[in-house]
Write a protein that binds this ligand. Sequence first.
Ligand SMILES: [Zn+2]
Ligand SMILES: [Zn+2]
Ligand SMILES: [Zn+2]
Ligand SMILES: [Zn+2]
Length: 757
Amino acid sequence: MEMEWRRFCGDRWREMGARERRQLEQSSGLADTLRVCGRFLRLKEMAIFAQLSAQYSTRKDPAVELEFKQRGNAQFKLKDYAHAVALYSKGLHHSSTHSSQAALLYANRSAALYQLQRYQECLVDIERAQGHNYPHELLHKILARRTACLQRLGQADGASDLCSKEHLNARGRGRARIQSQPTTGGAPHGQTKTSGTLCEISPSIAVRSDSSRGRHLVATEELRPGEVLLQEKAFAAVLIPEGARREPFSNEDMYCHHCLEWTELPVPCLTCSFSSYCSELCRENAWNQYHWLECRLGGFLLALGTFTQLALRTVLLAGIQEIQGTEKLESGADQRSIGECSVRHNPDHKVELSSCFSGMSEVGNGMPRDAQSRYQMIHSLLTHTRLQTPEHRFICGLTAAAVCQEIRRMGLESQLVSDKLEQPAIIAQGQGLRTLGVALLRHHLQLVCNAQAITAVRVTGGGHSHVAEMEEVRIATAFYCTVSLLNHSCEPNTSITFHNTTIIVRASQYIAAGQEVLHCYGPHWSRMAVRERQQALRSQYFFHCQCTACVREEGKVGMDSLLGQFLCSYCGVELQDSKEAHCTCLNSSCRLIVSKQALFQQVKKVRDQIGFARHLSTQHPDKALRLLSECQQLACTLVSGQHPLQGEIEDCLAQTHASRGDWLVAARHMRKSKELVQIQYGAQSVELGKELFKLAQILFNGHVVDEALSVTEQAENLLLLHCGAEHEMVIELRAMKSCLQTLPSQFARSPKLYRRE
Ligand SMILES: [Zn+2]
Ligand SMILES: [Zn+2]
Ligand SMILES: [Zn+2]
Ligand SMILES: [Zn+2]
């Protein structure tokens, strides 16, 4: 989405004359950079802005409202009620307040909800329809529905059949999810409650500081796997739009734009067609804190991308007065941090993130306590101004200047500086925008190293297949204060999960007292070869990684010691890897030389084919199976039996057989896939947990009770450790386990008998 603006800035940078470039390169400090960049905002740039803003327009549009209503009605006729609900919701984004069109959409949605037997929500929508000038002559329709709902709700206190085969599938595709059930009983660890507090830190960890690692977190006593070390609410978080504006199943339609709560029946912003919330309360809070401005910037802001939005939201949440106060407090800190950076501009010098804090006042054990010191902590993250490319600095500077100019053009500056709307502005005209611009530039530069992706669990996998795959998808990007203290390791000793905007950091293994608590910034040893990792870390985070995995692997030749071996296509013996662009057959009488490029291309070809088969697996399983058997033949001549590619094929075979109801065959393939995942990621990995989760579902559906029970337990233990007791997969596994335990044992050992039931 933001690519176009970036591309435009990049072109602008390349067109720039030598003199102009020198001016930029010589600018000292953020304020100076901003001033120089501001000079590049001329008519041409403003015209581009107008164009982009129009492209991302967030105005409510009655034509779009009508279009979604009609599409919703069409799905309703086809009895795809879930899809109809989503389309009506999408239409409501474009409804103007209290219009009778909105009332009709609510009424239609209530009808779809009724069909889905979601009576409680149906009642809410009926009420909303009534509150939105619902046409009097149609009133009897919704009143009849209301009565029917109340009757159904009265009857519905019967027992729910947990053991139905539809149980796992009831949640639909990537849509529904289990209501978070309070988990009772003695869970040994991993129990978390995300309370309202901003940050909770285990008393067993503390902040330390030394010259090589900077500020970092260490264990003060032994930590057990699964133990929660840190829970922190994001200082600011911004949803990443998927941009599929005509389709109802994208991030921006599924999560509250304020608290990131998963929400199927969102409450839209009263003014724009973009933002929507889980509740009226979130809508109100968002409006008061930042959306009053963001809403008016609308498409303009969307065109500039999520980092700009996050930088602006950070400023608005902190408030201009707070920022100016912090700047006074740290006057000179800006200069100092630039000085520090230039000492470290040699990319081989290790610069860890936590050493990026400067001039921060310590509170208690070094952790921030209240909102004010939290902003100070964000403020003091290093910008790495001198390590980032001049082009990137230019883009950030130009973007910040553009936002300021737009706010001035719209006459919103005075509202910006009066922190609380009722207070008179005590900041001189012009000063507020300057503070805003510098802060935007600062935060934008900081985000390169400090943005934390927030993920959510989404159910994927074949629509009618009984094997739900739960995938972590990136839904937002955020600023965290304390989490920024964690240093990177390609082999971290923690796992992270999210609950809305709260990040939860757990120990993933025993951590001895005195050991550093480490987190992975992305490049993980099990997914990337050492050279790739180091390259990625150096270019994004400006340091040379010397973690245990890097030290262990650095001496080894080979592109991917962990990714299994390639085979000689001529004689079938393993190929020996080298640092060159080719591999040589190990067989002394063959010695075939193969280019790595060609090998990678073949792997890609097989992967593409697996992807295609996955796509076909539910609707056309026979076709999928044919494709997969071709894949297998190809893979056998290309890679050794332990290569992950073989596992990917087995996994897809399992899913395809499962979609035909061939549970026992599916289980055979899934077991193989599980073994390969274990080899690749290790016996304690979260990846193995996810694979066991899939195997458990297949065994459950195939009524292979004893094995299902033991696999369920293994999966539960692993996932509990990495993700905690409230994770969707853990909840699902517990439901399966309790169901399996209630099965009478004679059925348990005789699947056929059970099936006849
Ligand atoms: Zn919310
Ligand atoms: Zn809005
Ligand atoms: Zn490393
Ligand atoms: Zn050979």
